[in-house]
Design a protein around this ligand. Structure first.
Ligand SMILES: Nc1nc(SCCc2ccccc2)c2[nH]cnc2n1
Length: 162
C-alpha cells in the first residue's frame, strides 16, 4: 500500500481579551492561500522549532504582537479530497500579549466581539469549534473537505484538559 505522508503541522493562535467586552483578535488574509477569510494567526511548523515556538513566531510575523502563556486547546485534523496530506492544526489560546498590532501585506488584524465573529467570511467549520476556544474548553476534531467550502464528514468532541 502507498504510505501516507506525515501530517502537515500547522498552528493557529487566538488572542482573547475581556475589556471592554469579550473580544478575539482575527486577521483578514489579504492574499495567498484561503485569502479573503478571517482567521486566527498561524502557519507551518518549521523543522527547527517546536509547535509552540512556531505559534509564537507566526503570531509575531502576522500581527506584530508577541504572545506568551499559550494554552493548547485542541487539535483539528483537516483532510481534503484528492490530497493525501492531512493537515494537523494545533489550536492555542492566550490573553497575554505585548507590542503594537500591525497590518502586513498578508494580514489585516482586527478585534471582534466574540458575539459578532464574521463566520460567514471564514472557514465553514469555525462556527462549530470557536465556542470551545471562547469557553476555555479542550477539544479534538476532524473535518473532511471537498474544495475549500464543503464539509463531507466531521467529528468534534470535548476532551479533558492537561
Ligand atoms: N480556522 C481554520 N483554519 C484553517 S487552515 C489553518 C492553518 C493555516 C493554514 C494555512 C495558513 C495559515 C494557517 C482551516 N482549514 C479548514 N478549516 C479551517 N479553519
Amino acid at each position: 500500500a502507498v504510505p501516507r505522508p506525515a501530517n502537515k503541522l500547522l498552528t493557529l493562535v487566538f488572542l482573547l481579551r475581556t475589556q471592554p467586552t469579550p473580544q478575539v483578535l482575527l486577521g483578514y488574509k489579504k492574499r495567498g492561500f484561503a485569502h479573503g477569510r478571517w482567521n486566527g494567526f498561524g502557519g507551518k511548523v518549521e523543522p527547527n522549532e517546536t509547535i509552540r515556538e512556531a505559534a509564537v513566531r507566526e503570531m509575531k510575523e502576522e500581527s506584530g504582537l508577541l504572545v506568551s502563556n499559550l494554552d493548547e486547546m485542541g487539535v483539528l485534523l483537516f483532510e481534503f479530497v484528492d490530497d493525501p496530506q492531512i493537515w494537523e492544526v494545533h489550536i492555542f489560546r492566550t490573553t497575554h500579549f505585548s507590542g503594537e498590532m500591525t497590518e502586513t501585506e498578508e494580514m489585516r488584524p482586527q478585534w471582534f466581539d466574540q458575539c459578532a465573529v464574521p463566520f460567514d467570511q471564514m472557514w465553514p467549520d469555525d462556527k462549530l469549534w470557536y465556542p470551545f476556544v471562547f469557553n476555555n474548553k479542550y477539544f479534538d476534531g476532524y473535518f473532511k473537505f471537498e474544495g475549500l467550502s464543503t464539509i463531507l464528514e466531521q467529528r468534534l468532541m470535548e476532551r479533558e484538559g492537561p
